[in-house]
Design a protein around this ligand. Structure first.
Ligand SMILES: Cc1cc2nc3c(=O)[nH]c(=O)nc-3n(C[C@H](O)[C@H](O)[C@H](O)COP(=O)(O)O)c2cc1C
Length: 245
């Protein structure tokens, strides 16, 4: 899969639908987070009830397919939560039929998703995460979104994820009190294709993530602050380079 620049729009539940993503100049956009089964959808309903923005679809897969179709020709990943492995598999077949990437969400930390055994729950249950990665990567191009900032052996996890068949790891290299852990990006990048994430706010921070070892860099909050964010980042020669996954 070839991308025309190193820029990625990172997932934002309740915001990253086709209409929002289509306007972005990033070569890869992440739709969602979406929920692929009833368990994850119910967790999203409860999160929405307390004010969190979420995509609530009456039929999870139908809703995801509608957004993919509305996106047009842009290269995309779909950020997916599911309480069951079947949800990931259904979403993987769907995404594959549109030549997309399935991004397994091992990142969301809202209590509703943790108790539904998805999102960051997977980061603490490696066996389950690896089982999902092995199954999904047989079906479609697979990325895993993980969160930094925990006391765990991230390089060992990265090695296992790539061995299990994932094509890319999307690392939210957050530092608990703010900022980006560039060393973590470097450490994980030794094992395969990494999309670096957190606090990419200008050309300098984006280029620093690439120099740390990431092949692509993603942004979420910066795009909410400035809808022309990616256009401005394309002034960088390094961030404008094409890249092959
Ligand atoms: C409103 C909002 C919703 C988000 N929803 C998701 C999500 O559904 N799935 C996910 O993996 N990350 C989600 N994230 C996390 C972002 O993708 C990103 O990892 C994080 O904001 C750090 O990157 P940034 O510094 O560029 O914002 C969300 C972030 C925001 C601000």
């Amino acid at each position: 899969m070839r991308f025309e620049n190193r820029l990625v729009l990172s997932a934002m539940a309740g915001i990253n639908n086709a209409e929002f993503c289509r306007k972005q100049k990033a070569s890869l956009v992440v739709l969602g987070g979406f929920n692929a089964d009833e368990g994850a959808m119910e967790a999203a309903r409860r999160a929405a009830e307390r004010g969190r923005e979420e995509f609530i679809f009456p039929d999870p897969l139908e809703g995801i397919e509608r957004e993919i179709r509305a996106l047009g020709r842009k290269k995309f990943a779909v950020n997916v939560r599911s309480a069951t492995i079947e949800g990931y598999l259904d979403a993987a077949y769907l995404v594959e039929s549109y030549s997309g990437i399935l991004e397994i969400n091992a990142h969301c930390r809202q209590p509703e998703f943790i108790s539904a055994r998805c999102g960051e729950w997977l980061l603490f249950n490696h066996e389950k995460l690896l089982e999902i990665v092995k199954a999904v990567s047989k079906i479609t191009t697979t990325s895993v979104k993980i969160r930094g900032g925990h006391n765990m052996d991230y390089p060992a996890l990265a090695r296992k994820l790539f061995e299990a068949g994932c094509d890319a790891i999307h690392v939210d290299a957050m530092i608990p009190n703010g900022g980006c852990n560039f060393e973590l990006i470097g450490a994980v990048s030794r094992y395969g294709f990494v999309i670096g994430n957190n606090s990419f706010t200008d050309i300098e921070s984006g280029e620093r993530m690439i120099r740390a070892g990431a092949r692509m860099v993603s942004a979420a909050r910066a795009v909410l602050r400035d809808r022309n964010f990616f256009e401005k980042m394309l002034e960088s020669d390094l961030l404008s380079q094409p890249v092959e996954l």
